[in-house]
Ligand binder design. Structure first.
Ligand code: SAH
Length: 225
């Protein structure tokens, strides 16, 4: 998958994309990430990308020209499956939605700033708006990182043990069951006996039971009833 990120802060991505699963996915060519500094497309002599809103009460808006030119240029080079915009009023990102997006080959993510972008960009250039939660961030970069991180780890080959992405929370409509590692007794607290029993079938049943219990407690809407 190729991801083109349009941002006024390309440096913000260096840290999050320079480690762990994303770094390995980039190094092995599973995902290709290109950040584009929006200012490079500004025709303004001071490279401005924001301006006062019409009839606005404070706060700037991102101007349409640099965004449109940047997206036009990218689109002239290849076809895109989706042009995303990070927006608090967009579709809430969840696991089933992420699972749908892994079929994409090329995507653009536009990161908003200030009070957001001129509505005409949203109308004519953006094909999908997404939000990472019902709260307001200062910019779209962290939301873009969330989308890319969530997508990368489910692309086949990104995680060594393929099973491990599938056994994460939400993948089967439930949250994950409790998990334990060594030592068997820590500060007097023991690992549940069943996990040490070697009884594969019983262990699977226990995990399912625990996952169901936890889902009902923490995400009651998720299991239908
Ligand atoms: N005036 C806007 C908020 C602007 S916040 C409004 O009331 O909706 C600045 C930018 O941060 C937004 O344009 C968006 O790109 C990004 N952003 C803020 N909160 C976000 C969220 N929950 N999910 C995704 N992007 C968000």
């Amino acid at each position: 998958m190729r991801v083109d990120i349009i941002t006024i802060f390309p440096e913000m991505f260096e840290g999050p994309f320079g480690h762990s699963i994303i770094k390995r996915a980039i190094d092995s060519g599973i995902i290709e990430i290109h950040t584009h500094n929006l200012r490079d497309w500004s025709t303004d002599k001071r490279k401005r990308v924001d301006d006062y809103p019409y009839a606005g009460k404070g706060g700037m808006l991102m101007t349409p020209q640099p965004i449109a030119d940047c997206i036009d240029e990218l689109k002239s080079e290849r076809e895109y499956d989706e042009v995303f915009y990070t927006s608090p009023d967009g579709e809430l990102l969840d696991q089933p939605t992420l699972n749908k997006y892994i079929k994409y080959n090329n995507i653009i993510i536009l990161c908003g700033h200030y009070k957001g972008v001129d509505e005409r960009i949203r109308e004519h250039y953006i094909t999908k708006e997404f939000s990472i939660g019902d709260y307001v961030l200062s910019g779209g970069e962290i939301a873009a990182m969330v989308l890319v991180d969530g997508l990368t780890r489910i692309i086949p080959g990104a995680i060594g043990d393929e099973m491990s992405a599938l056994s994460d929370s939400f993948q089967d409509g439930m949250v994950a069951p409790p998990a334990y590692t060594r030592p068997r007794v820590f500060k007097g607290w023991e690992v549940p006996e069943i996990l040490l029993s070697g009884h594969e079938k019983k262990i699977d049943e226990w995990k399912l039971e625990q996952a169901e219990k936890r889902t009902l407690e923490r995400r009651p809407g998720m299991m239908g009833e």
